[in-house]
Design a protein around this ligand. Structure first.
Ligand code: FAD
Length: 419
């Protein structure tokens, strides 16, 4: 390496690493930018993301609204989103030949519905920008930079050791290693604090055969309340999907994100209270059921209903309160009516364990945000050291928010690392 060119090394060839490398190379075409990827397949998560479609970002263009989707990192990201937000992501991809489309729920995908479009775009732009991409280059350690007086000419400062034993030097080091433990270890060696990593965005396992036999049934919206002893209750309203193992759907995934730490500490044992009819007051539900009882006393309860629920779910709820298949509305006692109202508006389910959400998965925890300057993503502890992406203690709910925080932090870090 020569000393006249600024040497920037980016560790981690994922979404954040690629985006940062491109930003750095474009901001200073004279800098030498090297992107080190441990595996032989860069951008592996981008490839499998969004069920193979890559949910690139979310159509939410107001930073104050956008940050509400980050259980961890919202405060720090507010300023960052005023500098690079979903609008900028759309413009960036458009400028590089990729059109995005918005789905009804706000999620944005490439119009091709293929994550390969994003992978190919990032690969091509990295190449065109003159970034040196090295695959199979796993970093095992980084030595602390030498303290060099500001007035002195830039000289190589960080020493990076690869698994092969090879050593590299650079002036600026950008860590974008995602949730990889080696990345956390390196950040720690350089003096940073790591908030303990735990999973986020998962489904709830519910051992209830009668319920799971309804796999495929979805209800929109439901109101969920998550109860973990010794923690404040959490609530979410949105679509719910019954699966072969328990419950999924956006409302569950959001709860799993907001409750990631408390659920981890309770070993994923908790109580979930479901209001299947959140648009009605309890009393309105009672009056609605009483009206059916009065108007159609001879009809079978299990096969007739006036509440807006899928038929199979109604049958299940009715059976939960002990109403037999042959019971008619006229036979419904006040006590059972109360139980039915209760089950419809405050049904209790035991969560025992977490399941996998295949479309998106992310880690809660990572480099403590107080140690980072969010204008530049530079470390406040080590000058010349930058962070971007999931290595940071930032994670969003499902919907494209995780990639957006990767694009934003990477863009800021990459652009700033040339100064
Ligand atoms: C199945 C799945 C689907 C997802 N779908 C979506 C989605 O549709 N939308 C969304 O917003 N988010 C999605 N996510 C989350 C999103 O993928 C992550 O938030 C994002 O990839 C984080 O990017 P990153 O670059 O920080 O980390 P990563 O993508 O994890 O990249 C880190 C890279 O660093 C490399 N690395 C690690 N350690 C070293 C080392 N020591 N030396 C060299 N290289 C190293 C790794 O090999 C990896 O390539 C999904 C996640 C998963 C698992």
């Amino acid at each position: 390496m020569t000393n006249d060119k600024l040497q920037i090394i980016i560790v981690g060839g994922g979404a954040a690493g690629f985006f940062a490398a491109i930003a750095a190379a474009k901001a200073n075409p004279r800098a030498r930018v090297t992107l080190l990827e441990a595996s032989h397949q860069p951008l592996a998560k981008v490839r499998i993301s969004g069920g193979g479609r890559c949910n690139v970002t979310h159509a939410c263009f107001e930073p104050r609204e956008l940050v509400k989707n980050y259980p961890r990192g919202s405060k720090a990201l507010l300023g960052a989103f005023t500098r690079f937000q979903p609008k900028d992501t759309i413009t960036w991809f458009q400028a590089h030949g990729v059109e995005l489309k918005t789905e009804a729920d706000g999620r944005m995908f490439p119009t091709t519905d293929s994550s390969e479009t994003i992978v190919n775009c990032l690969m091509n732009v990295v190449k065109a920008a003159g970034v040196e991409l090295r695959i199979g280059a796993a970093v095992t350690s980084v030595s602390l930079p030498l303290r060099i007086p500001v007035s002195e000419k830039i000289t190589s400062r960080f020493e990076i050791t690869l698994k092969s034993g090879e050593k590299l030097q650079c002036d600026r080091l950008l860590l974008a290693t995602g949730s990889n433990p080696i990345g956390y270890k390196i950040a720690q060696q350089l003096g940073h604090t790591i908030e303990p990593p735990v999973p986020s965005l998962f489904t709830f396992n519910i051992k209830n055969q009668q319920l799971t036999e309804l796999a495929g049934v979805s209800v929109n919206p439901v109101k969920l309340r998550l109860i973990v002893p010794e923690y404040p209750h959490l609530e979410q309203t949105g679509p719910l999907l019954i699966t072969h193992w328990g419950l999924s759907g956006p409302a569950v995934l959001k709860l799993s994100a907001w409750g990631a730490r408390m659920l981890h500490s309770s070993s994923y044992q908790a109580t979930l209270v479901i209001n299947w009819l959140p648009h009605l007051q309890q009393e309105q539900v009672r009056q609605q059921l009483l009206a059916v009882k009065n108007n159609s006393p001879k009809r079978l309860i299990a096969s007739s209903r006036d509440v807006e629920l899928p038929h199979r779910l109604w049958q299940y709820i009715v059976s939960c309160v002990g109403i037999a298949i042959e019971n008619r509305w006229a036979e419904l006692s006040n006590k059972t009516l109360n139980k039915l109202v209760q089950e419809l508006t405050q049904g209790q389910y035991s969560i025992n364990g977490k399941g996998v959400f295949k479309e998106e998965f992310v880690t809660c925890g990572g480099v403590n945000l107080k140690e980072i300057n969010f204008k530049t993503m530079e470390s406040k502890l080590v000058s010349g050291l930058y962070f971007a992406g999931e290595i940071l203690d930032i994670d969003g709910v499902t919907g494209g928010f995780n990639f957006q925080s990767a694009w934003t932090t990477a863009y800021l870090a990459g652009s700033a690392s040339i100064s």
